[in-house]
Write a protein that binds this ligand. Structure first.
Ligand code: DPP
Ligand code: ZN
Length: 873
């Protein structure tokens, strides 16, 4: 397959100013008449042919300025429509295609979900609806007429504002016309037709305009949409207050669908969501679900400015909208919840997904320079590392200049398809700073390592920090240059008393900009050996190696003013112990005891003051985190044993306190998903987990009781999750009761699938195979597949990486089955193999065989072909 390269970008030879779409919905024979008002692009090539993109299209007729073209005048295939002699002045092209939404299992273009019609066009799905210049720098004004059988699709929604609607005389059909005045790229097109329930409210914008907000869901589930609607309203208010961004249409609609490849899609004025990120009730959704809904509703809404009003010139610029919008939704969640707790959650995700990707054969820059399949670049690197770059920029230039730069960017680029350079230029222009070196964050892949050594000079009362950085090689980038790394830092005294230390290399915000391969900074006025607190708030996405003994790190847990680094200190110590235990170290008893004692002291002083934070401190790094830390010749069984053993020992050493907290945190009264209540539940459930690790039979009793008395899904699921670590009759019986109770709740069954797929025991592969026969499972539904198969492959370190290779062979077979239906889903599952090279030899050989078995299959999709070849490279 051809490789698309950033350096080959050139403007389109034609423009499409206006598009009129007439879509007559039909389950298998939907007719689309597209009327394109076009003209040659003054910036394009003067004699170029007109080549429109298509994908599995069936052309019925084409006419130019009202004249039907004969077969000699154009060249059509399912993939393209070419007109060699297109006019050199404005013209109107009318194209009629027929498509089959029912047969569309790729879930790209127009398809059916639960009997409804919906669309997904990003990145290149619009070409599955009609022939078009399907690229993000073609901005057009859309008018869409949708027609359908009234009984089948009483609700008809499009982009922009509703214009008119009514019956189609003499038939059982009706229609609606929507007009979107904002020129947009085709990937933001959407329509929905179906039978849907609605909740709504009126929103008044900062300038006093009224906007009708609505969330559409499966009829009967309206009460589960209230939280999403509330999150939307809060997002709109926040974007006005924090970024000065106002909404720009008369309506804003959100539709939940149950078959969706992504989390959600920011189509102009008509966001379409995976229902997992809309529907919530205390009975069916966990605290985490509520938090995810809030974040994703915000994310898609924020795209209205960062993505829609200012879009991307080409798909290499994907981070321009995604990284920036993730940053915006993270800031929103931090403002709505606890900032330090949210920051820790963000960093956990970044490390688990992006650092992993950056260390794998799939590593790529935040702005890639080439791709074979753009769908494979909706990655943690583009999204999460892309967000970290925006955050670092803000850290370096400060809050006020950041806001001024954002304002300039939005004003200057409004209504255009922009690039990363345009984004950075706005900040250069408001600050006068040269951001050339900073821009390397977009170009250079791999996670930089920063090593720091401290030197205390008692006589001179100075403390020097020596920094070095290097970034390991990644595919296509054998050598790396120094990055501009903002290090937010401070010094902490051993007893927590304030230090009067000062350093002229550290700015007023407490940030040292480390932008050389090596550098040193010296603090003066340091009366005693301090403990350095580095990368406060995780000020840069790097791996830090710091030569400090555990007991000094634990000073940070006790005394640092930066919550992130308090948590980080405990994680670092835990990681050292877990990695050492996993790789055969004996005699760590003293160290483990000291760590347990530090946790006990922390529980006494801090747990009830900030339960959400305490829950994070009490949770050890995951098995996958430990594997990543070890990095080579990984033995997942040894890691699992080490982690289980550490949990047991910490649980034993602190069991009284854990019990006390478990009792003290019991909440009565009705459920509320707010961050504070959620925090209490998370700490209580973290205590339960450690208690069960320390004493299985007591853990079982507590968990079963909690399961039976839980008043909400968070507590019920947490108790079930603890039970999955305790093999036996109680577990099996509770699992089957849960499955029975929620047999008609697909999103809850997903949780049940996921828990079982993650059981770290030999029988799990058979269990997963059996669950694939469960009536609630379907290989065609992405949520089901990700819950059952994805959890097995991504969360179950010991069973996916079985020494006999059966886990790998199983995943390979599912990837092939899924690929025939839905290549995007299959390619995403396949990325579970990206860690294969860091496994020990036997597993590595089995993984390579499984990957080869996929690579050798004929007719792989471009999505799967691309991932498998890069993974094996
Ligand atoms: N809908 C996806 C997102 O919002 C892709 N744009 O990230
Ligand atoms: Zn996005």
């Amino acid at each position: 397959t051809p490789i698309v390269r950033l350096e080959d970008y050139r403007p389109s030879d034609f423009l499409i100013d206006h598009l009129e779409l007439d879509v007559r919905l039909h389950p298998t024979q939907t007719r689309v008449v597209a009327t394109l008002r076009m003209r040659p692009n003054p910036e394009g090539r003067p004699d170029a042919p007109l080549v429109l993109d298509g994908d599995e299209l069936n052309l019925k007729a084409v006419s130019l300025d009202g004249r039907i073209l004969t077969g000699e005048e154009f060249d059509a295939s399912p993939q393209s429509l070419k007109i060699a002699q297109a006019p050199r002045q404005p013209f109107t092209l009318t194209i009629e295609t027929e498509i089959d939404p029912t047969a569309n299992t790729k879930l790209m273009g127009l398809y059916r979900s639960g009997g409804n019609y919906c669309t997904q066009c990003e990145a290149e799905g619009f070409r599955r609806i009609t022939y078009f210049l399907d690229r993000p720098d073609i901005l057009s004004v859309y008018t869409t007429r949708i027609e359908a059988e009234r009984s089948e699709a009483p609700v008809l929604l499009g982009n922009g504002n509703p214009v008119e609607s009514g019956p189609v005389e003499g038939t059982d059909r009706h229609y609606a016309v929507w007009h979107d005045p904002h020129p947009k790229p085709s990937y933001l097109f959407a329509l929905v037709g179906g039978s849907l329930g609605r909740v709504g409210k009126t929103f008044t914008t900062m300038s006093g305009r009224k906007v009708e907000l609505a969330v559409y869901v499966e009829p009967g589930k309206e009460d589960r949409a209230d939280y999403a609607l509330d999150a939307l309203e809060r997002s709109m208010r926040w974007d006005e207050r924090v970024f000065g961004r106002e909404y720009d249409l008369d309506v804003f609609n959100i539709v939940a669908v149950s078959d969706f490849n992504m989390g959600a899609m920011e189509n102009k004025g008509l966001n379409i969501f995976n229902d997992k990120y809309v529907l919530a009730s205390p009975e069916t959704a966990t605290d985490q679900d509520y938090a995810n809904i809030e974040a994703i509703i915000a994310h898609e809404y924020f795209h209205n400015w960062s993505g829609n009003r200012v879009t991307c010139r080409d798909w290499f610029q994907l981070c321009l909208k995604e990284g920036l919008t993730v940053f915006r939704d993270q800031e929103f969640s931090s403002d709505e919840r606890s900032r330090p707790v949210h920051r820790i959650a963000e960093v956990k995700t970044l490390r688990a997904r992006q650092f992993l990707e950056d260390a794998s054969p799939l590593a790529h820059p935040v702005r890639p320079s080439q791709y074979r399949e753009i769908n494979n670049f909706y990655t943690a690197t583009v999204y999460e590392k892309g967000a970290e770059i925006v955050r670092m920029l803000k850290t370096i230039i400060g809050d006020d200049d950041f806001r001024r730069g954002m304002d300039l960017y939005f004003d200057r680029c409004d209504g255009t398809a922009a690039t990363v350079e345009d984004f950075l230029a706005a900040f250069t222009d408001v600050t006068g700073r040269d951001l050339t070196q900073f821009a390397r964050w977009y170009e250079q892949s791999g996670t930089p390592r920063v090593a720091v050594k401290g030197h205390y000079d008692e006589a001179a009362q100075t403390y020097r920090l020596d920094f070095t950085q290097n970034t390991p090689p990644t595919p296509g980038q054998p050598t790396k240059e120094a990055m501009a790394i903002p290090v937010a830092l401070g010094l902490v005294s051993h007893d927590g008393s304030p230090l009067g230390a000062a350093c002229d290399r550290v700015d007023a915000r407490g940030v040292f900009l480390f932008d050389e391969p090596a550098d040193s900074i010296t603090f003066t006025n340091v009366p005693a050996l301090p403990v350095p607190s580095l990368f406060r708030g995780f000020s840069a996405p790097v791996k830090l190696s710091l030569d400090l003994p555990n007991e000094e790190l634990l000073v940070l847990l006790r005394h640092d003013t930066d919550s992130f680094n308090r948590w980080q200190a405990a994680q670092t110590v835990a990681m050292r112990l877990l990695a050492a235990l996993s790789t055969g170290a004996q005699k760590l008893d003293e160290e483990i005891d000291a760590f347990s004692e530090a946790l006990c002291a922390f529980m006494d002083s801090d747990a009830l003051a900030d339960p959400a934070f305490a829950a994070l401190v009490l949770t050890l790094p995951s098995e996958a985190d430990v594997a990543q830390d070890i990095g080579k010749d990984v033995d997942p069984d040894a890691i699992h044993r080490a982690r289980t053993d550490m949990r047991r020992r910490i649980g034993k050493a602190s069991s009284q306190r854990l019990h006390g907290l478990y009792e003290a945190l019991a909440v009565s009264g009705s459920y509320s998903p707010d961050a504070e209540s959620a925090g209490r539940r998370s700490l209580r459930n973290a205590c339960l987990d450690l208690l069960a690790a320390a004493d299985r039979s007591m853990g079982e009793t507590l968990a079963v009781t909690q399961f039976e008395t839980a008043s909400n899904m968070t507590d019920r699921l947490a108790s079930l999750s603890v039970l999955t670590t305790l093999p036996g009759a109680a577990r099996e019986e509770t699992l089957s009761r849960f499955g029975e109770r929620y047999r008609n709740e697909p999103l809850v069954l997903d949780k049940w699938f996921a828990l079982q797929a993650a059981i770290p025991e030999d029988g799990t592969l058979e269990r997963v195979t059996r669950l694939m026969e469960h009536p609630g499972f379907s290989i065609a539904n992405p949520n089901r597949v990700r819950s059952l198969i994805g959890s097995f492959a991504m969360l179950n370190q010991v069973q996916f990486n079985r020494t006999d290779g059966a886990g790998y062979r199983f995943l390979a077979s599912i990837v092939l089955r899924a690929d025939a239906l839905n290549p995007q889903l299959a390619a995403r599952l396949l990325t579970a193999f990206s860690t294969w090279r860091m496994m020990e030899g036997t597993r590595r050989r089995h993984a390579e065989e499984a990957l080869q078995s996929i690579a050798q299959k004929p007719n792989l999709s471009r999505d799967v072909g691309d991932i498998v070849s890069r993974t094996l490279d």
